[in-house]
Design a protein around this ligand. Structure first.
Ligand SMILES: Nc1ncnc2c1ncn2[C@@H]1O[C@H](COP(=O)(O)OP(=O)(O)O)[C@@H](O)[C@H]1O
Ligand SMILES: CC(=O)OP(=O)(O)O
Ligand SMILES: [Mg+2]
Length: 414
């Protein structure tokens, strides 16, 4: 009997997978990722128990499909990964799909659902393309394994209509699906459950402001266990700046940036229709455009190497702060915890310290030793608040989107 789940998190520049033994809760048995697909050379990282490997593959891995095929080849041929040696050992493949349109829950891929997802691709050309390429590949190469897709947008279905709706012509909005969807929901779902457990509160009584700050960054207001607002919108471009994304700008800026804005970008393909404006705001903006680096650890430093680095840091802090204030008010000041997650939220003590200092008026105060140390490798939630007084706790939560998908599968079977 097949015993493993393969969880796939495909991004525009990386493909990350984890294999889990089909147990309750799922147990990770191996992790593999290819990063740098769009900025060669690509790197391959592999971890199985204590064994770790990192190398630059000889193969030319320039698409998510190439990367995924390479990962499978490497994992299936690892003699010490006996649980997953072939297709027969896999029970399910979970795929993170960023934009799920009106889908409210995970779905199994068949001809009809795949077709529907392909129609959504136009709404999210940058974000769904890699995942769909891998789903198509799995159907071809691993046809006996069920592919289940999990949507980043599904968590935010609970946002009220006046939060979801944009103030534009509603007939056009409805016909074209133009509304706020919100993303990073697989991560928010993991964080909500983990933090509620940590606080010993039922999920449905838990109120949080959660920041998922990575190379894509968003923030979410959770009231009584439900998303009531989030910073990303129709696409993941809205809201906070990211490594290469502008985040919110005046929409008119597009028309003044270049007169080519509306035409097809050279990066556009037969399957991925991308305009010059989308390409610039998604891939040529953010802190990369300000400083030249996508690596936020070079920006979040006590003595920034240039004025541009300082500006990038200050902009990120300012935009996050704006949402914290907004969501604190929307939650009526009833906030159980302010939660830092995502690669940057989990690792940058300076970002946490700076934000906490600016949130003192909300009663936020952090312990500098606990903050500097950060979370241990196997510590899902760490409290970095000062004292044990009343008011919002400040927590770090090491989020895990691959685990969340495998967990949902196991839970739905039990
Ligand atoms: N110590 C650190 N301080 C600040 N940023 C960091 C640190 N370590 C990693 N990062 C940043 O985390 C980001 C990646 O976060 P992650 O959530 O993995 O992103 P994504 O899933 O969107 O690719 C990168 O911008 C990286 O530079
Ligand atoms: C939705 C999104 O921006 O995802 P990521 O942070 O993985 O790029
Ligand atoms: Mg991510």
């Amino acid at each position: 009997m097949a015993k493993a789940i393969l969880s796939v998190n495909a991004g525009s520049s990386s493909v990350k997978v984890t294999f889990y033994a089909l147990e309750n809760p799922p147990r990770a048995i191996a992790d593999a990722q290819v990063s740098g697909i769009t900025a060669p050379p690509a790197t391959f990282k592999y971890q199985r128990g204590d064994f770790q490997q990192k190398e630059e593959p000889q193969d030319n891995l320039s698409t998510p499909q190439d990367a995924f095929k390479y990962i499978l080849k490497r994992c299936f041929s690892d003699a010490d990964l006996a649980q997953v040696a072939s297709e027969q050992d896999l029970a399910y493949i979970c795929h993170r799909v960023v934009h799920g349109g009106d889908y409210h829950e995970a779905i199994e891929i068949n001809d009809e659902t795949l077709h529907h997802l392909e129609e959504l691709e136009d709404l999210a050309p940058l974000h769904n393309f890699s995942a769909l390429e891998i789903i198509r590949l799995c159907r071809k190469e691993l046809p006996s394994v069920a592919s289940i897709t999990f949507f980043d947008s599904a968590f935010h279905q609970t946002m009220p209509l006046h939060v979801k709706a944009y103030p534009i012509n509603q007939e056009i909005a409805k016909a074209n699906g133009l509304r706020k969807y919100g993303f990073h929901g697989i991560s928010y779902s993991f964080i909500l459950r983990s933090v509620a457990q940590f606080l010993r509160k039922p999920v449905q009584n838990t109120n949080l402001i959660v920041m998922h700050i990575g190379s894509g960054a968003s923030i979410c207001a959770i009231k009584e266990g439900k998303s009531i607002d989030t910073s990303m919108g129709l696409t993941p471009l809205a809201g906070l700046p990211g490594a290469t994304r502008s985040g919110d700008i005046d929409p008119s800026l597009v028309f003044h940036y270049t007169n080519q804005a509306g035409s097809l970008s050279p990066a556009s393909t037969k399957d991925m229709h991308l305009s010059v404006a989308e390409d610039i705001l998604n891939k040529k903006s953010g802190w990369k455009a300000l400083t030249g680096t996508t690596d936020f650890s070079q920006i979040a430093v006590e003595n920034p190497p240039s004025e541009a680095h300082k500006l990038a840091f200050d902009i990120v802090v300012d935009r996050i702060l704006g949402y914290i204030g907004n969501y604190y008010v929307k939650l009526g000041g009833e906030v159980d915890a302010l939660v830092f997650a995502g690669g940057i939220g989990e690792k940058s003590a300076l970002l946490r310290k700076t934000l906490a200092e600016k949130c003192q008026s909300l009663g936020v105060s952090i312990d500098s030793d606990a903050n500097d140390k950060g979370a241990e490798d196997n510590q899902t939630v760490k409290d970095i608040s000062k004292g044990s007084g009343k008011g919002a706790r400040t927590l770090i939560c090491q989020t895990n989107e691959q685990f969340e998908m495998a967990y949902q599968i196991v839970r739905s079977r039990s």
